[in-house]
Design a protein around this ligand. Structure first.
Ligand code: NI
Length: 148
């Protein structure tokens, strides 16, 4: 007697969608302050972070897409490395965020805003739908996730 499931079930290939993550690091200094607030208000809102200090930031960039049947990769790693250098390391490493990065001239350099800045930079060099998630660690304790 024939098993009713055998022979009639179409063979489906497994999905070829995957994510690929790469980490970069950079060191930068900043001082949290809102231009619209007084010195006393900024001190109260941001506490110690109202003083200039530095961080060793760590950023995890996650790309999502189809595994290319020829290369076996979700993203061209050589290209991703170059893109991350252009979008992250070059504009941010060894910089005073508030004074050296024009984006932060009027935007407070919180980790949240920094994540948005990096996201925008990555969008300029990656295919429109490739960027899946960005996780930015300011310290081992504090991090921000951003998905656009
Ligand atoms: Ni800080």
């Amino acid at each position: 007697m024939q098993n009713p499931a055998s022979g009639s079930t179409p063979v489906t290939s497994p999905p070829r969608i995957a994510t690929f993550s790469r980490i970069d690091t950079f060191s930068a200094s900043h001082r949290l302050a809102c231009k619209s607030l007084s010195d006393a208000e900024n001190k109260e809102l941001f506490g110690e972070c109202n003083q200039r200090h530095g961080h060793n930031y760590r950023v995890v960039v996650t790309i999502r897409g189809e595994i290319d049947p020829a290369s076996g990769m979700v993203v061209d790693l050589t290209y991703l490395k170059a893109c991350m250098k252009e979008a992250i390391t070059k504009p941010l490493d060894k910089k005073n965020l508030d004074e050296d990065v024009p984006y932060f001239a009027n935007i407070t350099s919180t980790t949240e805003n920094l994540a948005m800045f990096i996201w925008g930079n990555l969008q300029k060099c990656l295919p429109a739908t490739a960027l899946h998630k960005l996780k930015l660690y300011e310290t081992d304790q504090n991090s921000v996730s951003y998905k656009g």
